[in-house]
Design a protein around this ligand. Structure first.
Ligand SMILES: [Zn+2]
Length: 195
C-alpha cells in the first residue's frame, strides 16, 4: 500500500511544489471525537483512500469531513475545497468499496482541476462532469498500468450502470453518454480486459 501512495503522488498531479498542503477539516455537526475516529478508521482500514486524500491535499486542496449524508459521498467546491461524507467512509457499503471511494475522490479532484484550468464562462454542468469522469478514468488507467486495476474496474462498472439507469437530463448521464463514445473509454475498457 505504500507503493499505491507513492504511485499516486507521482502520477496524479500537477504543480506539487507550488501548492500549499491542504488541511483536513471538520464540518459543523461532526464532533471532534467523531472526526478523530473517522480519520483513524480511514488511515488504518482504507489505505488507498487515505493515500488518495493525502495526494489531493498535497495539491492544495482542503478536505472537509461532514456527517451529512444526503449530498452523496463527495462534493467539490471552487479551486481548493472537497467535502466528503463520513457515512461513506465508515460504513461497509457493498456499493461503495474502497476502490470506488478512490474514484469518487479522483472525480471530485477532477472538478477542482477543471475550475483551476478554466474561466467561469467556459464551464457548464455537462462539461464539468465530463472532465471529472475523464480525469478519474485517466488516473485509474495509470493505476491499472502500475498493477492495481481495482479503481479502473469500479469506474467502468459504475459508469456502465449510470449510462443505463441515470436520469436522461442529469448532466452526469449526458456526460457519461458522451464519454463512452471517446477513445479514452475504449482504452479504459481495453486496459481492463488486457489485465
Ligand atoms: Zn461530478
Amino acid at each position: 500500500m505504500k507503493l499505491f501512495g507513492l504511485l499516486l503522488a507521482s502520477i496524479l498531479f500537477v504543480s506539487v511544489c507550488s501548492a500549499k498542503v491542504g488541511k483536513l477539516q471538520r464540518a459543523n455537526g461532526l464532533s471532534k471525537d467523531d472526526f478523530a475516529t473517522v480519520l483513524e478508521h480511514v488511515e488504518s482500514n482504507l489505505p488507498k483512500v487515505w493515500n488518495t486524500l493525502t495526494s489531493i491535499r498535497e495539491n492544495g486542496v482542503n478536505v472537509r469531513l461532514t456527517s451529512e449524508r444526503k449530498m452523496g459521498p463527495g462534493k467539490a467546491a471552487g479551486t481548493d475545497q472537497i467535502v466528503i461524507s463520513t457515512f461513506f467512509l465508515t460504513n461497509d457499503l457493498p456499493k461503495f468499496p474502497e476502490d470506488r471511494l478512490v474514484i469518487v475522490l479522483l472525480h471530485e479532484f477532477g472538478h477542482i482541476l477543471h475550475n483551476r484550468e478554466t474561466e467561469r464562462g467556459q464551464r457548464n454542468p455537462v462539461k464539468h462532469e465530463f472532465f471529472a469522469f475523464a480525469y478519474s478514468i485517466k488516473m485509474a488507467i495509470k493505476l491499472a498500468e502500475n498493477g492495481d486495476s481495482g479503481p479502473l474496474d469500479q469506474v467502468i462498472k459504475n459508469l456502465k450502470i449510470r449510462n443505463k439507469s441515470g436520469k436522461p437530463k442529469d448532466p452526469h448521464t449526458i456526460a457519461i453518454k458522451e464519454l463512452i463514445k471517446t477513445p479514452l473509454w475504449t482504452n479504459a475498457t481495453a486496459a481492463l480486459e488486457g489485465d
